[in-house]
Design a protein around this ligand. Structure first.
Ligand code: CA
Length: 376
């Protein structure tokens, strides 16, 4: 009797529960809390804040059920140990630039950018629709990581130098902070490259431990204060035409996430990939004007220096490809894609950009005085 009554009540409960299914699913959904380790200085509202924006979007998109707390370099792990921390599960998620890990394997750099590589649009094209993401994910899987493009700075500035670079010989003995594979290229030309986290560049440049340093571009560089200790501001960063930052997620943590949370995180990363580029593009022009008004001397790298760096780069790619099959596999696909992109961009994009640059120069000049009317 008692048992029948119980079953009736349970049955009624189930019927009601069926109507209220969304509420029940919501209540049963896990409350997930992750810790994110970032490689970037907390002072930067561009490259560091991108991870915070992803965390906000993920929280908002899951009704607060998936929380990601963002930590700066040294708070959980040092800047260059983000990859290992995600791989080992010390943290569930990280935000970093994969070219920081070229010491483990140069193949990592292809996830960010490599010297004389692609611009940010071409990098996104390669990742999302050119096979890049699949190739890089296959590589990252060996590190227990699934990665997502999550930010791009666009073409960077070449960096701050204490002394002018007039010939290739001026690179000899130059102690320069530089990221990714570019260090190996410059070493071929006699420079002494150093890879330092963003937050450690200024003190090294100020103390004279290094002679020159590159980071990103006018907006970040101004905040980090490089203009106070080095006068010559070179361009372009031939090593960073469109470097991509990535979100790393520990593969086990990823696979354990509910599908809807996976989708929200993936979408937040894609949004960040556009937002960071837009932020830099919006903020860099005014910062560049302020830097130049404050005494920074803009200098293009001489053509001969660029050519020497390009030749050294080609030599390096051939050397690495000969001994690293993983690099060669990705690099060969990447090279073909880059060459096709260049071919296409030379037509409409370059035609448009070149004309737009010339027209804006013409618009900046005062209009010529009207000629007095003359009789025919
Ligand atoms: Ca850089």
């Amino acid at each position: 009797m008692e048992r029948r009554k119980f079953l009736r009540q349970a049955g009624a409960g189930l019927a009601v529960g069926g109507l209220a299914a969304p509420a029940i699913v919501r209540a049963q959904s896990p409350q997930i809390k992750w810790r994110l380790a970032s490689s970037f200085p907390k002072s930067l509202d561009t490259i560091y804040a991108t991870a915070e924006n992803i965390a906000k979007r993920v929280s908002a998109g899951t009704g607060g059920r998936f929380q990601i707390q963002v930590f700066g370099p040294g708070e959980l792990v040092p800047a260059f140990q983000v990859l290992d921390a995600v791989k080992d599960g010390t943290v569930e998620i990280g935000h970093s630039a994969s070219y920081y890990y070229v010491g483990k394997d140069p193949t990592f750099a292809l996830d960010t950018t490599i010297p004389f590589g692609m611009n940010s649009r071409q990098q996104a094209a390669w990742m999302y629709h050119g096979g890049g993401l699949e190739l890089m994910r296959e590589f990252f899987r060996e590190y227990n990581i699934i990665q997502f493009p999550a930010g791009n700075t666009g073409a960077q500035m070449g960096g701050w130098h204490r002394k002018e670079i007039k010939t290739v010989k001026d690179l000899k003995g130059l102690k320069i902070r530089i990221a990714g594979m570019a260090g190996q290229v410059l070493a071929k030309l006699g420079a002494v490259p150093q890879q330092l986290p963003g937050g450690e560049i200024y003190p090294a440049l100020e103390k004279g431990t290094i002679d020159a340093a590159e980071w990103v571009g006018p907006y970040d560089d101004e905040k980090l204060g490089f203009q106070k200790v080095a006068k010559y501001y070179y361009y372009p960063a031939w090593w960073e035409g469109g470097p991509q930052l990535s979100i790393y997620v520990n593969i086990k943590q990823w696979e354990a996430l509910p599908k809807e949370f996976q989708s929200v995180l993936e979408t937040a990363c894609a949004e960040a990939n556009i937002d960071m580029q837009a932020r830099y593009d919006a903020k860099n022009p005014a910062a560049l004007k302020r830097l130049v008004a404050g005494g920074a001397q803009l200098r293009p790298y001489p053509r001969a220096v660029m050519e020497a760096c390009r030749a050294a780069t080609e030599e390096l790619y051939a050397e690495i490809s000969a001994k690293n099959a993983k690099f060669k596999k990705v690099f060969d696909a990447w090279s073909k894609f880059r060459d096709d992109q260049r071919l296409w961009f030379r037509v409409a994009e370059k035609g448009f950009d070149d004309f737009a640059a010339l027209s804006s120069q013409a618009a900046a000049r005062p209009a010529p005085a009207k000629a007095p009317a003359t009789k025919p």
